[in-house]
Design a protein around this ligand. Sequence first.
Ligand SMILES: Cc1cc2nc3c(=O)[nH]c(=O)nc-3n(C[C@H](O)[C@H](O)[C@H](O)COP(=O)(O)OP(=O)(O)OC[C@H]3O[C@@H](n4cnc5c(N)ncnc54)[C@H](O)[C@@H]3O)c2cc1C
Length: 481
Amino acid sequence: MLESGKEYVSEVRAKILPAVDVVVAGGGTAGVIAALAAARNGAQTMLIEERGFVGGMLTGGNAGITMFTKYSGKTEEHVADLKCLAENPDELHVAKGIPMEITRRLLKEGSALGNHGTVGAYLFTSSEDFKRLLFEMLEEAHVKIRLHTMVVDVVKNGSAIEGIVLESKSGREVVPARQFIDATGDGDLSVRAGADYTVGVTKEDICATPDKIGMMSVMGVMFKVGNVDLDKVFDWMKEHPEHFRKHPFACFSYDEALERYRRGEMATFLVSREGEYPSVFQVYNLPTRGVVTLCCPSISGMDGCNADDISRAEIMISKMLARWMQGIRTIPGFEDAFLLQVPEMGVRETRHIQGDYLLGLMDIYEQKSFDDCIGFGAHPIDANPRPEWLKDPLTSYPPRWFFQIPFRSLLVKKLDNLLVAGRCISATHEAFGCIRPTVQCMVIGEAAGTAAAMAIQENLPLRKLSYDTLRARLKANGARC
Ligand SMILES: Cc1cc2nc3c(=O)[nH]c(=O)nc-3n(C[C@H](O)[C@H](O)[C@H](O)COP(=O)(O)OP(=O)(O)OC[C@H]3O[C@@H](n4cnc5c(N)ncnc54)[C@H](O)[C@@H]3O)c2cc1C
């Protein structure tokens, strides 16, 4: 008799696939880069992705590519930096390596819009071209790609993982490997392997009060709208400047935004409308004229690792978007706009896997130096809740601020041959607010893939890898660390 609430233990036979060197679970923002790095560093690599495309939030979620440059929040510093970016990008870039290579390829083929014709703070892309480019790059590197396949379990021997269990239309399979990278965003592989984790705000966060413990950043979607006359939107905002609001990461004034738009560059801005619905929304122009990405209707209080919650969230956002569109169509330039594409629900925050080092907000804010630094980030905190003194999280930083990411935050406690990459690395909720943006996740992916391949080549456990040798390899491959 099956009794609701009790556990049912299923025994399913699984076919064992040929072994590879490195398996990357999750082909999203961090996972794609991890797979490329592992393969380019000589490891036979397999990438497992539950969806029918790669890139995760980068492609399927329409996210922007943020933040390649050091961060200067105040207007005059930012304007000076943009000038410098045009003349001497090396002074400002914190991330290079594979993330830079990909974005330069996107820009070159006209599939992305950047700043000053180069890779600046923010880029927006044509997601379908982006998906194809990533497939091409993975094939060039001879990564074995398995799509429509979910990682559901692990085969362990003590503290070592021997293989991961896959579920797909082909049934259940096991792929054995020597090193594993968890780039599922939610830490699925780590949790199946017995790793400890926290969710949302914990007592380690500066903002922690009893009512905030466990709170996670909101879910949301960046959706595409077609048939938009942006020239008309700019004309309307000129007549009604009260509706224009600057976007903090990209440009500041109406004139700058318009100038960039006319130059065919990224010209993002916010539309604000008191007493109207939606009262404020972000507009991102895209390489295809007449199509924009809009952001961000949000859903709070739901858990992205709970199937019932996420199902409800999908239905709620669909209804919310219908109402948004009604409001948006009242704006000149948007009258004939239609909903072109809505991605699956974007989950900002779920589990934080416990690693050898827990990265905290003060490490980031005070720009702590780490011996095992494997890359830099420069994204100001983008998580809620956050500390009171960071109420204005965009101006509370010194000029040209950036931070270091330690390798130990990628090493999963209690497990020998598993690295975590992407938004679920070992960080507090607040530090996650600086780690979760795309460029930071890509940088982490490159380090994870490189380390996994090196551990195999040098026949060493991950924890015995020399930080200096790892950093030297990353630098030799063009990354910054
Ligand atoms: C609405 C929204 C807007 C955002 N906007 C921006 C922005 O403008 N700029 C910015 O820099 N950042 C933005 N972010 C944040 C950023 O996009 C993400 O934090 C980042 O992309 C996460 O990268 P990741 O590799 O950890 O996860 P993902 O990119 O989500 O990749 C995880 C991959 O793993 C796969 N997967 C998951 N579980 C399994 C499993 N069990 N088996 C197999 N595959 C699995 C998923 O399908 C996915 O492809 C936004 C986030 C959201 C939600």
